[in-house]
Design a protein around this ligand. Sequence first.
Ligand SMILES: *[C@@H]1O[C@H](CO)[C@@H](O)[C@H](O)[C@H]1NC(C)=O
Ligand SMILES: *[C@@H]1O[C@H](CO)[C@@H](O)[C@H](O)[C@H]1NC(C)=O
Ligand SMILES: *[C@@H]1O[C@H](CO)[C@@H](O)[C@H](O)[C@H]1NC(C)=O
Ligand SMILES: *[C@@H]1O[C@H](CO)[C@@H](O)[C@H](O)[C@H]1NC(C)=O
Length: 446
Amino acid sequence: MDTLLFTLNLCVLLVVADYAHGTRNVAIGKTASMSSNHREYKWLAQTAVDGNVGNNSMLSDTCFHTTKEYQPWWRVDLHQDYYITSVVVYNRLDCCANQARKIKLTIGKSLDSMSQAGHLDGGFTTTHTFTVDPPLVGRFVQLQLYGITEFFHLCEVEVMAYPSGTYNVATGKTASQSSNFSTLKYHASTAVDGYAGDNRFASDSFFSTTKEYQPWWRVDLHQDYYITSVVVYNRLDCCANRARNIKLTIGKTLDSMSQAGYLDVLFTTPHTFTIDPPLVGRFVQLQLKGITEIFHLCEVEVMAYPSGTYNVAFGKTASQSSNYNTSKYNATTAVDGNVGDNAFASDSCFCTAKEYQPWWRVDLHQNYYITSVVMHYQLDCCGNQARNIKLTIGKSLDSMSQAGYLDGGFTTHTFTIDPPLVGRFVQLQLKGITEFFHLCEVEVMA
Ligand SMILES: *[C@@H]1O[C@H](CO)[C@@H](O)[C@H](O)[C@H]1NC(C)=O
Ligand SMILES: *[C@@H]1O[C@H](CO)[C@@H](O)[C@H](O)[C@H]1NC(C)=O
Ligand SMILES: *[C@@H]1O[C@H](CO)[C@@H](O)[C@H](O)[C@H]1NC(C)=O
Ligand SMILES: *[C@@H]1O[C@H](CO)[C@@H](O)[C@H](O)[C@H]1NC(C)=O
């Protein structure tokens, strides 16, 4: 259990190191296909997800090429849903670049549910980025020349997405249940062991309570997640109908659980409680409502985004309304990853001049799902100067909206943004007062 938790945390750290923008190309090495092949043995669909743009030339043999046909298409199957933020295409330049034109981008969770995510009417030369904003959740990404009869070729297609899409965050976490059917086995943890045990009693891989009024099972995920669904696997060798009247609740604490689903019919294939819009929570509970029964399930999966897991402000572009000193205390010092011992003397804090409504701002370079903003103040001087702080977030500077407000008096303060806001710009401003504005670090968790 601890090993798994450690592994998850380690993944988050690696993501920060490798993917400064929070997204990465999830198409490399996935399964590509296309409407027709110009050659049997080369220029196949897979060449566009080999991580090699090949000199933007067909001669490199790392570009795909269809026959000339009506509305040719190319597609990649990402093997799971991802939170897709952009699709980048690379053209061939050795000749015929204008053949890749009138490109329609569609994305879907299944091939039956593709929806348009972008289009490019004209052609393009080296590269073009389809920005998908707000991001779309999908597994299939398709590019198609619409309305024309043409060859279709590209040298590479990158699908930029958040690191994991959703994944089962329950495996290996701490589970408990209202009672134990046996002291020796069928404990709560068997439902988060990553093994549904062929849905059979004999597998010993299912939990079971005693027969009691409103028995429950619960998992503690150890931190908040952005939960999109909960999947339950029933026992099928007998007694499947015992698992009925199931109420699903989710909460950040056990005192604040709210209902996220209800199932009152017999289920023999895995049942998915879809949570749309997603709920932020740490505890997930299943309970048989209003009945006296034995409760058992073979596995419970909690699908979630890795939300609120790392600071996306680090190293981004910061600015401020004025400078206290032209040679130090600039805006960048608040996104350098260094709180500077909460000391102004560290020279790792920003400071504006004394002025009316001074502000500090960071441009995250793209939109993020922002869940909180953390401010670190200094302790070695200046008392309560940082007060009346208004937090605004927006996709553009023209569309900033208020996300928090703090009167004053803090060393470290977290603005919790619940539900999360999508935005690229995060601004902090002292409202209605004439003052210096200074902080040692600002973290934007997304
Ligand atoms: C790069 O492309 C040009 C044609 O545009 C070709 O002549 C050249 O050989 C290519 N170089 C490599 C290393 O493939
Ligand atoms: C069930 O058994 C497990 C393992 O021995 C124990 O940790 C847990 O507290 C028991 N639960 C109840 C409700 O007695
Ligand atoms: C600005 O900082 C420099 C370098 O530390 C210092 O010499 C100078 O006196 C400071 N200026 C003001 C106006 O505080
Ligand atoms: C901002 O200040 C830091 C630390 O004092 C310095 O390393 C950096 O070069 C400065 N950046 C700008 C744009 O002045």
